[in-house]
Write a protein that binds this ligand. Structure first.
Ligand code: BGC
Length: 411
């Protein structure tokens, strides 16, 4: 059999990503908890104890280590650290110090996200990201965290997918505050970009050599009809909203960029098109294609898209880390091939000059997938919800482990 080994650059980061609200459990001071309590989520499911990662983080980090991962990404929950305005819980910051230690003790690198889709309830009550003062609150929270965590963190992510967040919170009404308000959407984007700026300088003020970035969803968007001027115009607008506008605002303030790839979209111009959808805006409609391979939740699987997304951000000339990429696949029938095919495209982008330094799969274990509840199974590790949240390693996790171990894929 003819097989080819594709080597990744030395020191390449291999890991998984998680987010506090989705795994920790009992995030009772957050706006998401309230949203769930009020029955406002699409699935009506509550996160509850989630997968109890708050108490089982040692076990989880050990699993990651046993799978040859050399880095781990997780998020700090602001609502735990500051459940009431100005009332900082130092023991909660110390909890995260323990998590960092658990990762470091196993010789893995740490990547910490400071904001992943949730807010303390009291911040949300004051208007969340539509209130300019939230920038100040966010910076103050970060200063507290830095004070105690020290310089142990290898990579800081100030915020996760700001535009996915604002689309869901202010256009689609699926995340708190659950409204549909275009002005609020643009306002929140603007304040989040400014918050990144403040966070970037704050972290560097504490630790000069800190490595700070954001995690940005970069979908691959194409015009449905490549020879239609209108479709091409719709494409420009969609890219502007989903990617370029925000990146433009934070350019120059990134020590690296986290790229998250999940979606391939074909866009066409249609004044009567659906409005409150992913990259959609006035006159932009997503083309629905039934002929393609899809995940359990109907998302198209299109590995080549990650190549185009990486090429799109090449011009920023900063190191790139794939901070999320994954598939909802309960029966684990698609995941190994998904990983292989996407990494092939990541490798292709590296060959074409994109400075990719790592790949974090979404996610370590099944979790609470926001408005979709527990149904989508993105984990390399299966959670048995019927049996004390037992962790069961899926076959695809062993496949990924071989890649992590060898720093290469075989094609
Ligand atoms: C988010 C994750 C989420 C994943 C899959 C990303 O947009 O950062 O929190 O679970 O997509 O839905």
């Amino acid at each position: 059999m003819n097989s080819n080994i594709l080597q990744f650059p030395s020191g390449f980061l291999w890991g998984t990503a998680t987010a506090a609200h989705q795994v920790e459990g009992n995030n009772i001071y957050s706006d998401w908890w309230e949203f769930e309590e009020l029955g406002k989520t699409v699935s009506k499911e509550k996160s509850g104890i989630a997968v109890d990662h708050y108490n089982r983080f040692q076990e989880d980090v050990e699993i990651a280590k046993s799978l040859h991962q050399n880095a781990h990404r997780f998020s700090i929950e602001w609502a735990r650290v500051e459940p009431e305005e100005g009332n900082f819980q130092i023991d909660e910051i110390m909890h995260y110090k323990e998590v960092i230690k658990a990762i470091e003790d196993r010789g893995m690198q740490t990547m910490v996200t400071l904001l992943h889709f949730t807010l303390p309830k009291w911040v949300a009550k004051q208007g969340g990201w539509t209130n300019k003062k939230t920038i100040f609150y966010f910076t103050r929270y970060i200063e507290q965290v830095l004070e105690y965590l020290g310089d142990d963190v290898d990579f800081w992510i100030t915020m996760n997918e700001p535009v996915v967040y604002t689309q869901n919170a202010y256009l689609k009404g699926r995340y708190p505050p659950g409204v549909k308000n275009v002005l609020a959407f643009f306002r929140a984007n603007q304040f989040l970009a400014r918050a990144h700026r403040e966070a970037y300088f704050t972290i560097h003020k504490f630790f000069k050599s800190a490595v700070v970035g954001i995690a940005k969803n970069i979908p691959f968007i194409e015009a449905y009809n490549k020879s239609s001027l209108f479709d091409k115009l719709a494409l420009r607008v969609a890219n502007w909203i989903a990617t370029d506008r925000f990146l433009g605002r934070v350019e120059g303030l990134l020590d690296f960029l986290g790229v998250q790839y999940y979606n391939h979209l074909q866009i066409r111009f249609n004044l009567g098109g659906e409005y409150f959808s992913l990259a959609d805006g006035y006159g932009i409609e997503k083309h629905k294609n039934d002929q393609v391979l899809k995940s359990d939740i109907g998302w198209e699987i299109y590995p080549e898209g990650i190549y185009h997304s990486l090429m799109r951000v090449k011009r920023l000339k900063v190191p790139i880390i794939v901070t999320e990429n994954g598939v909802a696949d309960r029966d684990d029938k698609l995941r190994a091939a998904f990983i292989h095919d996407h990494l092939l495209q990541v490798h292709r982008a590296i060959n074409d000059g994109v400075d990719v330094r790592g790949y974090f799969h979404w996610t370590l274990m099944d979790n609470y997938e926001w408005h979709m509840g527990r149904n989508p199974r993105f984990g390399l590790v299966e959670i048995d919800y019927e049996n004390n949240l037992l962790r069961k390693i899926r076959q695809s996790a062993y496949y990924f482990a071989e890649i992590c171990k060898n720093n290469s894929i075989t094609v």
